[in-house]
Design a protein. Structure first.
Length: 205
């Protein structure tokens, strides 16, 4: 059985949905935030972060690696879509954008103290970071104004990652009102049974 270690609502929600799509026999294990740096968890992931996918005595970290592994093990799940090589590469491009650019840009919003000690300067940092995150939604918003999902008319795991970041953005109160298509996109993603199953398991629905 596979074990997925997660924090509710964190980026570990993405492989949680992927596991639902695969139909794999798995167990979702919530990790309390104060346990991330415990010796037991650090033995699984020395970085002290989620997600972690455990397959027997082997543990794999990092969303991109976990999703690639699941895609190889369960190709019928079509995590990156059912199209040709170029189409699937397009889905991976979107995954890379959300994972490497958009997700990373949230770091100063979640924990500005990691970047600067002065609290007054932290407020400035958060303001700059908010602008950066908002700007990074421009590209996907333009695409989603023309089609239902990032890669066309088929939901892929890249859409789920974008959906997860949008949950963060709205929770942080970022103003995305000039991207109205993102609201309908979130609704389309959330209608998916696998997404709903993962949300329920994490207490988010």
């Amino acid at each position: 059985m596979l074990n997925l270690y997660y924090l509710p609502g964190a980026c570990s929600l993405v492989p949680h949905v992927a596991l639902e799509w695969t139909g794999a026999d798995y167990q979702a294990v919530e990790v309390p935030r104060d346990s991330l740096k415990s010796p037991e968890f650090l033995a699984l992931n020395p970085q002290g972060s989620v997600p972690v996918l455990q397959d027997g005595d082997w543990a794999l970290t990092q969303n991109a690696a976990i999703l690639a592994y699941l895609d190889e093990c369960y190709p019928e799940a079509n995590l990156f879509g059912s199209g040709d090589a170029r189409s699937r590469a397009g889905a991976r491009q979107w995954l890379a954008y959300v994972n490497s650019d958009l997700h990373k840009a949230f770091a100063p919003l979640f924990a500005p103290q990691r970047f600067i000690d002065d609290e007054s300067e932290q407020a400035k940092l958060r303001a700059v970071a908010a602008g950066r995150v908002t700007a990074l939604y421009e590209w996907p918003a333009k695409v989603l104004a023309q089609q239902p999902f990032l890669n066309g008319h088929e939901l892929t795991i890249a859409d789920v990652y974008l959906y997860v970041t949008l949950r963060w953005a709205f929770a942080l109160g970022l103003d995305l009102s000039f991207y109205p298509m993102l609201d309908s996109f979130m609704n389309r993603v959330e209608e998916n049974e696998g997404v709903q199953a993962a949300l329920r398991q994490q207490g988010l629905l």
